[in-house]
Design a binder for this molecule. Structure first.
Ligand code: PEP
Ligand code: MG
Length: 871
């Protein structure tokens, strides 16, 4: 019989896959002899089994849970439902990878009328007892039975108004008792049955709710964003309660051993007296700084400091801990490697190496490459910031700068974003339902909540700027307005927030690019030492190329030449070329284009200082470039000396039903070889000029032919290129080497790669098109139906963002396997969007690619991911 349940003392940190992160660490802390309220963990496999059994807990698992309740009762000396010494538990989720706030928790489980009376009397603290009970009814109703929180909040507000008090803590035992009864009545009205009294029934309901929460929409979104497979499931931790809300000698806190925003060593966190854990995390009350805990609870604080040291030394990483103080005694409820900003991640990794706790390899492996994105995000323009006066201040919860128009709901944030507006989401506090709105917002501003509140934690994870806990804001969410420093702000007003300082500014402050230095360079240098995969960039302009070089790119893997024509004065010449109807006209248009191209290529070679530059020949899906505006059509007609009517007819004749599979890629060069000739001249002439100016640089153009599906097609275009290039080189009387390669972006090219390799110096996987054509999903339209695929669990990720290793990856492996034996010098890269996605980079390393190429800002991510793949 499988083992589905483990006591904390039966597990350890190595059992993370089975017990989840929280369960494994509770077990490890138990093993270390730390003060952990005891309990048991139901495994992640039980969760998977629950889903396999049609969302039921089967008899075998149920039997083991009941058995372990007995063991837990023995260990704690308490009993479920007992009037003398009742066992009360918390029930918490805990997946392999931490998913803060995404799944459900239930506290104070085990309470009923008998038990609440018993603990009220025994503790001499009826207020506490009734507070626990009303919290439990509220949480259970919300989480297990899905009765909305708001009904209970309305009852609390009504009670506070009746009693003329502002804070929950001002309500008396009698008030809370009355509230508990009102809550039960509310439950009965909504559910049509009495609130369950039997603790075992309560527990089964709670366990199911946690399993169910693995599949809630916000958890699914979080998993997709963080690359966590659905198949992992969540464990459930049933832990004996420690009470932080029994009076003023009690409290609860969340703390990090280093500052999660900066990485600075030292205790960082928050503490609330007379409260339960959820109060800190939910951001309902703004807590005190952890250092103040030392004044109020000197002994517990001293012990907590010792525990922090033990845990950090043990895990050799920054810890994020939850704890409770019950009548002055410390209890540890959780520890985990803390989430951190990119800045903090780099500093902590370097510090741990300097402290002798970690090797350089380990330090590199500790950093989540995706996190680096946030380092590269904008900051406020320094001069503009200096001139601005803050209108208010909250906590700098997630660094970066944001400037946008105010919206008050997540839904509005999405709507405004769709209209192309930049928004700052302003909320009393955020909850996990707000995640989609938070994702699209430039920044998040909350009235309540500390550095560990939902808004703060989630924003840091996303790399979105966030200011939390600005209590000076007088919020009126219902009427979509708030007042700050005497000014009323409405929906649509501009606001700027600084997630590093917590400052809030009226109006717009321009932002400037982030500067990266210090630890970033150090960690990147380590990464470069360990990786074998080269990292190039996709850059179409000299400015992009320069940026990418600064970020460590070792070459250009893809220059999309059609992108060089987005500018106003250039697009006219490009349109003339597209809309020519004779070879002479086209050649005349190409003559105009040639100097632009040559000039751009020269600048690219200059920017790359002798590193490889791959120039891809024209691949425009023509519909992206034909004029649609009347004025543009007229301009084109004039330039070509044709009537508007004629141009319109030409445009109509260019219409394609499926332009992505139409007259694009090397098909253009097959029909109009003069295009390939012009581009070859531009590439070769530019290279010759730069080589003359920099004799010490290794200028060696790589010409890349796109969208090849047949060897003869490549051979045809290559012949045009080689004849033109050789003539240019001979005329210049210079020794210039160049390469001609192809993109592999049509399945047939991968399947016939042995034939294609005969004519190719290199392959570069265009996984955008390769994904499009392998799935048959239009890369422009897939977004419309992919959500349905996620909902139905047909797909877990967007295959255009994360490489499909099973199908598309198999084609890549096949192309390498077929191509290399034919041409042992063949070098192979990837330049689809996947080249900057960490898991895809790892795959590219594994199948033996020479390089990945990605957009400039993703170069550091790829460098780090490549190092991690090699370690
Ligand atoms: C690709 O298809 O992956 C690619 C890099 O080319 P493009 O995105 O320009 O089609
Ligand atoms: Mg392509």
């Amino acid at each position: 019989m499988a083992k589905w349940v483990y006591l904390f003392k039966e597990g350890n940190a190595q059992m993370r896959n089975l017990l989840g992160g929280k369960g494994a660490n509770l077990a490890e802390m138990t093993g270390l002899g730390l003060p952990v309220p005891q309990g048991f963990t139901i495994t992640t496999e039980a969760c998977t089994q629950y889903y396999e059994d049609g969302q039921e807990i089967n008899d075998e698992i149920m039997g083991q849970i009941n058995e372990y309740i007995g063991k837990m009762e023995e260990i704690t000396g308490k009993k479920f439902g007992d009037a003398e010494n009742p066992l009360l538990v918390s029930v918490r989720s805990g997946a392999r990878a931490s998913m803060p706030g995404m799944m459900d928790t239930i506290l104070n489980l085990g309470l009923n009328e008998t038990v609440v009376n018993a603990i009220a009397e025994k503790s001499g603290n009826p207020r506490w007892a009734w507070d626990c009970y009303r919290r439990f009814i509220q949480m259970y109703s919300d989480v297990v039975m899905e009765v909305g929180k708001k009904y209970f909040e309305e009852l609390i507000d009504a009670m506070k108004e009746k009693k003329g008090v502002k804070q929950d803590v001002e309500l008396t035992a009698e008030d809370l008792k009355e509230l508990a009864n009102q809550f039960k009545a509310e439950y009965k009205e909504k559910i049509g049955a009495d609130f369950p009294d039997d603790p075992k029934e309560q527990l089964m309901g709670a366990i199911k709710a946690v399993f169910r929460s693995w599949d809630n929409p916000r958890a699914n979104v979080y998993r997709r964003d963080n690359d966590i497979p659905y198949s992992w499931g969540t464990a459930v931790n049933v832990q004996s309660m420690a009470f932080g809300n029994m009076g003023d000698d009690c409290g609860t806190g969340v703390a990090f051993t280093r500052d999660p925003a900066t990485g600075e060593k030292g205790l960082f966190g928050e503490f609330l007296t007379n409260a339960q854990g959820e109060d800190v995390v939910a951001g309902v009350r703004t807590p005190m700084h952890i250092s103040e805990m030392g004044e109020k609870f000197p002994e517990a604080f001293e012990e907590f400091n010792k525990v922090c040291k033990i845990l950090e030394d043990h895990y050799r990483d920054m810890q994020d801990m939850e704890f409770t103080v019950e009548h002055g005694k410390l209890y540890m409820l959780q520890t985990r490697n803390g989430k951190r900003t990119a800045q903090a991640a780099l500093k902590i990794a370097c510090d741990l190496v300097d402290e002798g706790m970690r090797t350089e390899e380990e330090a590199v492996a500790m950093i989540d490459p995706r996190n680096l994105d946030t380092l590269l995000h904008p900051q406020f323009d320094a001069a503009a910031l200096k001139a601005a006066t803050p209108a208010g201040k909250g906590l700098g919860a997630s660094p970066g700068a944001a400037c946008g128009r105010i919206v008050f709901t997540a839904e509005d944030a999405e709507k405004w974003d769709e209209r192309g507006e930049k928004v700052v989401l302003v909320r009393l506090e955020t909850s996990p339902e707000d995640i989609t709105g938070m994702k699209v917002a430039q920044g998040i501003l909350t009235v309540r909540g500390g550095m560990t509140s939902h808004a703060a934690v989630v924003a840091r994870g996303m790399g979105t700027c966030c200011v939390s806990g600005c209590g000076d804001i007088a919020m009126d969410e219902a009427n979509k307005k708030f007042t700050l420093a005497g000014k009323e702000y409405h929906e649509g007003d501009w606001i700027s927030i600084d997630g590093t300082t917590g400052n809030i500014y009226d109006g717009q402050i321009p932002t400037a690019d982030a500067k990266i230095a210090g630890e970033f360079g150090r960690v990147m240098a380590w990464a470069d030492k360990f990786r074998t995969l080269k990292v190039r960039t996709n850059a179409d302009t000299p400015a992009d190329a320069k940026k990418a070089r600064e970020l460590g790119a070792e070459g250009i893997g893809l220059c999309r030449t059609e992108h060089m024509f987005f500018e106003e004065d250039r697009i006219a010449a490009f349109r003339e070329m597209i809309c020519s109807d004779t070879a002479e006209e086209r050649e005349a248009a190409l003559e105009k284009i040639l100097p632009y191209q040559q000039g751009d290529f020269e600048k690219l070679y200059e920017a790359l200082e002798g590193c490889p530059v791959t120039i891809r020949f024209l691949d425009p899906p023509l519909h992206e470039f034909v004029p649609t505006e009347e004025a543009d059509i007229e301009k084109l007609a004039e330039a070509q000396g044709k009537s508007v009517e004629t141009i319109k007819n030409i445009i109509a004749s260019l219409h394609e039903f499926n332009p992505m599979m139409g007259h694009r890629g090397c098909r253009l060069a097959v029909t109009y070889p003069e295009i390939a000739k012009m581009q070859t001249r531009a590439v070769i002439r530019a290279a010759i000029n730069v080589k003359k100016a920099h004799a010490d640089w290794n200028v060696k153009p790589e010409i890349m032919i796109p969208l090849v599906c047949e060897e003869k097609e490549l051979r045809f275009v290559k012949k045009v290129v080689v004849e033109t290039a050789d003539a240019e080189i001979a005329a210049a009387g210079i020794d210039l080497k160049y390469e001609v390669g192809t993109m592999i972006e049509i399945p047939r090219a991968a399947l016939t790669a042995d034939a294609i390799a005969k004519d190719a110096d290199f392959f570069c996987f265009g996984t955008n098109d390769l994904t499009q054509m392998t799935y048959g999903f239009s890369r422009d339209d897939a977004g419309k139906f992919l959500n349905a695929y996620y909902d139905k669990k047909i797909l877990e990720n967007d295959p255009f963002a994360k490489l499909d290793q099973t199908g598309v990856g198999k084609l890549m492996e096949l192309a390498i396997k077929l191509g290399k034996p034919v041409n042992p010098n063949l070098h192979v890269g990837i330049c689809g969007e996947h080249g900057g996605d960490p898991s895809s980079v790892e795959f590219c390393h594994k199948i033996g690619l020479d390089y990945v190429s990605c957009s400039p800002f993703r170069v550091p991510i790829a460098r780090l991911a490549a190092a991690q793949a090699a370690i």
